[in-house]
Write a protein that binds this ligand. Structure first.
Ligand code: C2O
Ligand code: CU
Ligand code: CU
Length: 469
């Protein structure tokens, strides 16, 4: 296939957010370098007729889109103007968990700045997101508005079936209000995870988009703290899944609906066959915890351009290597129960897993709880070998796997490229903050890692957004 990356870049660019949002950094003086600058700071946001105080990246809700091409380096000058310590995590990206890359041990006190820098490697094209990872503050900071999308483009995006589609980022989350403010936390929220009764797309309630091509490529990102999204199209139209958790599948898979647990992403192609508007719907989903009923009848309405014809579906996408489970010499087990992994609550800096760089490991994760738990590993994408003893219907790279109560998944985890210390955890943000998380240390030579810096997160509680000091 001929590659014409620059063409693909030209077709993308403006309007990825339905015209609402763009945060592309100007390319720096050095080729291949993309520079951006934004702060986390309090702002007021107009939402459903209210002026709501929130915490935002770059004054935008959701945060500015980080857009990179494979091989490009991001240099992001980040400032903390919040009354909490905070930091950034680049969710799902296969980049070092150390230095100034995806290092969650960087903790930025109020009033200070830090410059993150990393390179999107070959084969990383896809949809990711960023959010804070300051322990015990993650859930509230996300609920208050801190998250944003990341898009990495690669050679596959230039294939005509994809390049001509109307490519859109959809940052999905729920929200709830108490009068003019965001709803505060209750004890129950800490148990089941905080949910709201309105679902927003890129910070907008039930937007209508005029589409620009005969097919849409929707990059769906669930940035909600706890809301599981069971997504479908109106009129029971099929959706064509082309990527999961950032990475392309081998070929499109045609589905009636898709379940996106918190932190998961999916890319779907939506052909506009008959010129009729198409709505994106969220069906009710029971995750083993009482869930506030949504007020939305739909999330988004897409109006196809007149007289357009859908693009053909691509028949091949990425090549996904089949991992050989007999090569996995290290097997581990991760038993999930309420706020615990293997019976333990997270302790900062304690190595729960010590592993060797370059190993392929087999992880058996089981959910002994009564609620769904999305299990997430930083830095090293994995493949699901079996879910409840059955092989998955198609191969995919994942970074977050969703487990219903009683579920058991077997994951093949290649610990490749990047040594360091990082985390695995439940991605219901409140569960992570309550300690449903562990530390993995990956080294090339079994030498112990230097201890992490003293923690400055773990800030005092508070059920409501603190006012500025
Ligand atoms: Cu979205 Cu520790 O991750
Ligand atoms: Cu992550
Ligand atoms: Cu959980």
């Amino acid at each position: 296939m001929a590659l014409a990356r620059r063409t693909a870049l030209g077709i993308l660019g403006a309007g990825l957010f339905g015209g609402a949002l763009l945060g592309r950094g100007r390319p720096g003086a050095e080729p291949g370098l993309v520079t951006m600058e934004f702060d986390a700071a309090p702002h007021r946001v107009s939402l459903l007729g209210r002026e709501v105080p929130m915490w935002l990246y770059g004054g935008r809700f959701p945060g500015p889109a980080i857009e990179l091409a494979e091989g490009e380096t991001l240099r992001l000058a980040f400032g903390n103007r919040l009354p909490h310590p905070t930091n950034l995590h680049f969710h799902g990206m296969h980049i070092p968990p150390t230095g100034s890359a995806d290092n969650i041990y960087i903790q930025i006190p109020p009033g200070e700045r830090f410059t993150y820098e990393f390179t999107a490697g070959p084969g990383t094209a896809g949809t990711y997101w960023y959010h804070p990872h300051c322990h015990e503050l993650v859930a509230r900071q996300m609920w208050y508005g801190l998250s944003g999308p990341i898009l990495v483009r690669g050679p596959l995006d230039a294939m005509p079936e994809l390049a001509a589609a109307d490519d859109r980022l959809l940052v999905l989350r729920d929200i709830a209000f108490e009068g003019e403010r965001l709803a505060g936390y209750t004890v129950n929220d800490w148990h089941k995870g905080k949910e709201g009764d309105y679902l927003l797309v890129n910070g907008a309630y039930q937007p209508e988009w005029r589409m620009r091509a005969g097919s849409a490529r929707l990059r769906l990102i669930n940035v909600a703290n706890a809301r599981h999204l069971r997504l479908a199209l109106s009129d029971r139209r099929p959706l064509f899944l082309i990527a999961l958790d950032g990475q392309f599948l081998e070929r499109p898979v045609d589905l009636e609906e898709i379940l996106l647990a918190p932190a998961q992403r999916a890319e779907i192609l939506v052909p506009f066959e008959d010129g009729r508007p198409i709505e994106l719907l969220a069906r009710h989903y029971n995750r083993g915890a009482p869930t506030p009923r949504l007020r939305n009848r739909f999330l988004l309405r897409m109006l196809p351009p007149p007289g357009t014809r859908p693009l053909p579906l691509p028949d091949r996408l990425a090549e996904i290597p089949k991992l050989d489970p007999t090569r996995a010499r290290v097997q581990r087990r991760f038993d999930l129960s309420m706020f615990l992994i293997n019976g333990r609550r997270y302790r900062y800096g304690r190595a729960d897993v010590r592993a060797r760089l370059g190993e392929l490991e087999l992880w058996r994760v089981r959910n002994f709880g009564t609620m769904d738990h999305p299990f997430h590993l930083h830095t090293w994408p994995f493949q699901i070998r079996r879910h409840n003893r059955r092989p998955p219907a198609f191969r995919a790279w994942r970074d977050t796997v969703h487990l219903r109560p009683g579920d058991e998944v077997e994951l093949l985890v290649p610990l490749r490229d990047f040594p360091g210390r990082t985390l695995f955890h439940c991605h219901i943000a409140e569960h992570g903050d309550r300690g449903m998380m562990g530390t993995i240390e990956v080294t090339a030579n079994d030498a112990p890692l230097a201890p992490p810096p003293p923690p400055i997160c773990f800030a005092p509680g508070g059920d409501r957004m603190p006012r500025l000091p």
